[in-house]
Design a protein around this ligand. Structure first.
Ligand SMILES: [Cu+2]
Length: 238
């Protein structure tokens, strides 16, 4: 099953609004021009029965055109609202379960002025986030000091990074055809003015093949274990 990414959803919304807006715009302008031409001033005949000042217009057919245009507009607007709301609920709730079994969870911690990422097996990375492609990635965002905002414009992701609060959101990163890995340099940014280093509070997003991601995660975990063992040894020697 092909799951929509956030990028897909927002692109779809954009295209539907653009197409409908263009269609309605073309119809309105064309109809206006048509009427402007149809009722153009061709010079009135002397004996024509012209309306006089203060005379009420007649022949409006009970406002049928007005009624039809109003109903049409209402149908378009209401359908757009309902449809967009549904799409945004999907963006809010994520694909399938929240988070599903196939998903990857990453804890994100903002701190002045860096991003710390912690993966499910305890591995951490700073300012570089590694994610598997075509997999729902759930990020749980918080902060250790002041208010930040975690954002990845490329993936249409933004979440509050606030001390004591956890903002859960998700995304699915695509890998361009034939690519095994793609790096979005400075693809991660802070979107809340948080201090002197705010504009440097950036990170890279690395999208990898799922197998490569698992491998990387295991390697990092093994390295972590070795480090800990070394530390234990040193403590033992002392
Ligand atoms: Cu910040």
């Amino acid at each position: 099953m092909q799951t929509d990414t956030r990028v897909d959803v927002f692109e779809e919304i954009f295209i539907v609004f653009l197409a409908l807006g263009t269609l309605v715009g073309v119809i309105v302008v064309a109809y206006t021009l048509y009427n402007a031409y149809k009722y153009r001033d061709v010079g009135a005949d002397e004996d024509e029965d012209l309306p006089t000042l203060g005379e009420l217009p007649t022949g409006g057919k009970g406002g049928r055109k007005l009624f039809v245009s109003f109903i049409l507009s209402a149908i378009i607007v209401v359908s757009l609202v309902v449809w967009t709301y549904g799409m945004l609920l999907y963006v809010e709730d994520g694909p399938g379960d929240n988070p599903g079994d196939d998903a990857v969870e990453i804890d994100v911690e903002g701190q002045a002025f860096a991003w710390i990422f912690e993966y499910e097996n305890g591995v951490e990375s700073t300012n570089t986030m590694y994610v598997p492609a075509d997999t729902p990635v759930w990020v749980n965002v918080t902060s250790t000091d002041v208010w930040h905002a975690f954002g990845i414009p490329e993936e249409r992701v933004k979440a509050d990074s606030i001390p004591g609060e956890y903002d859960l959101t998700w995304f699915i990163a695509d890998l361009p055809d034939g690519e095994e890995e793609i790096v979005y340099e400075d693809g991660i940014e802070c979107f809340e003015l948080c201090g002197a280093g705010h504009s440097n509070m950036k990170g890279d997003l690395v999208v990898m093949e799922p197998d490569a991601f698992d491998e990387w995660l295991e390697e990092e975990a093994a390295a972590l274990e070795e480090d800990e063992e070394d530390e234990d040894d040193e403590e033992g020697d002392a």
